[in-house]
Design a protein around this ligand. Structure first.
Ligand code: 2M8
Length: 430
């Protein structure tokens, strides 16, 4: 569809079906990622879904980001899940997060997710600056506070990279990068609980029970300190900086600067510029000469991960990568794509921990593909970007709008009628 503006009635075939998925997952001002598996509003899903809505209903696209940012905490954090309605089919729910005193109404989780919202809002604004100026102007201060929260809460020592305190914060839940940092966490106190996800989808496509024990230990850690960001930064047993989150934040700061400059919000532009300088410089710490790319850094141990992930390519989405490195990255990515039928796998297909169907340990995700392709185009790698776009649509054509896809066979995995897959098809890939 590639960003043409049409009315719903003008959409046909795959595009109409994608739009119908978004409308079917619309709960009135916010969209759930997938009706059964994820029945609430998720942070980066929502932002990315707004792009799909923007193809046929610009007002609804703005509502999506407005409802997301309306859940911002007083400290600036925009939570990763907003529990608008009571719904028992998802675990962990509001009781486990224990944020009712902090989040007010409705309850939310206690962590955040990659802040792709600014990048999305910049695109919504660019469609018609005069028409959308007032709506955007109201959101910029919220984005500014959220981005500032990242530096204050997740980089209090000023290293120039922001940490995640939970794998869920990265959005890439069971990436092999977390295995070693998680292995140091004591899970003896987590007790028994009932996972709901494996009631709905095949357990081979989900994180393992041992992963969930670690996830729950970290939720308990956050809840026990009432999500106190100082305590978390000093004591959380999981504290890693990863290229996906840091790249998306750097991109978000660039897009926030563009919008603030355009709308005359000079103080926001100045603050974002200062933050960006710190983040751009700090990102260098994620470069591993041994691995040959940007990798996760365990900040508690000052130790790089041993594999490249789909987040590594997001360095090109973040901003300019020096030509020699960009060329090397494009060559490695080309090699990855020669190893699988469809790209981009979420983890190095040659690494021993690659698992083609288990969630974030190998499968292809449409919205990551969009971000990677966007960065590639900005570095002149248009053929590679086009291959990724075509792969994305081929996967959807073969396996429908699934949560993610096996890079080897093209088989779909996880949830069905998935919002961000539909959004990416409609906005970009079809
Ligand atoms: C997945 O994560 C949630 C926890 O946040 C889960 O598995 O329960 C991830 O793919 C995440 O990136 C995504 O935002 C969420 C909803 O689609 O599902």
């Amino acid at each position: 569809m590639s960003q043409m503006r049409l009315s719903l009635d003008q959409l046909t075939g795959t595009n109409r079906r994608a739009a119908d998925i978004l409308l079917g997952n619309d709960r009135g001002g916010y969209t759930v990622p997938s009706a059964k598996l994820y029945p609430f509003q998720w942070n980066w899903d929502s932002a990315l879904v707004a792009l799909g809505f923007s193809v046929f209903d610009s007002d609804r696209a703005w509502q999506e980001v407005e409802s997301l940012l309306s859940a911002q905490w007083d400290n600036g954090m925009v939570p990763h899940i907003i529990f608008w309605k009571e719904e028992k089919s998802y675990f962990p729910g509001p009781e486990q997060w224990g944020t009712t005193d902090i989040a007010k109404t409705p309850p939310t989780s206690g962590i955040t997710q990659p802040p792709v919202a600014a990048t999305v809002i910049e695109r919504l604004l660019a469609e018609d600056i005069d028409a959308h100026r007032d709506r955007a102007a109201k959101l910029l201060p919220k984005l500014d506070r959220w981005h500032q929260w990242f530096l204050d809460a997740r980089d209090p020592d000023g290293r120039g990279v922001v940490a995640i305190m939970h794998p869920w914060e990265s959005g890439r839940d069971n990436l092999p990068d977390w295995d070693r940092p998680l292995s140091f966490i004591d899970t003896t106190g987590v007790g028994t609980y009932h996972r709901r996800d494996t009631d709905i989808v095949n357990k081979d496509e989900r994180p393992k029970n041992d992963d969930y024990d670690h996830y729950m230990a970290l939720v308990r850690f956050g809840r026990d300190c009432n999500w106190n960001t100082d305590h978390i930064a000093r004591n959380c047993p999981f504290w890693v900086a990863e290229p996906g989150m840091n790249a998306i934040l750097r991109r978000a700061e660039r897009d926030l600067i563009n919008m603030a400059t355009l709308l005359g919000q000079d103080d926001i532009a100045a603050r974002a510029t200062a933050r960006l300088a710190r983040l751009d410089a700090g990102f260098e710490q994620l470069w591993s000469e041994t691995v040959g790319g940007y990798v996760t850094l365990d900040l508690r141990r000052d130790e790089h991960a041993t594999g490249l992930t789909s987040g590594s390519w997001l360095a090109m989405f973040a901003g300019p990568v020096e030509p020699a490195r960009a060329t090397k990255m494009a060559a490695t990515l080309t090699y990855w794509l020669s190893q699988v039928k469809h790209g981009v796998p979420s983890f190095d297909p040659n690494h021993e921990l690659f698992d083609s169907i288990r969630y974030w340990r190998g499968p292809v995700w449409a919205m990551i593909n969009w971000m990677i392709a966007t960065g590639l185009i900005e570095h002149g790698e248009t053929d590679l970007a086009d291959r990724i776009r075509r792969d994305t649509q081929a996967l959807i054509d073969q396996s429908d709008f699934r949560e993610y896809f096996c890079p080897v066979t093209g088989r779909g995995g996880g949830g069905t009628d998935f919002s961000w897959t539909a959004s990416m098809s409609l906005y970009w890939a079809a």
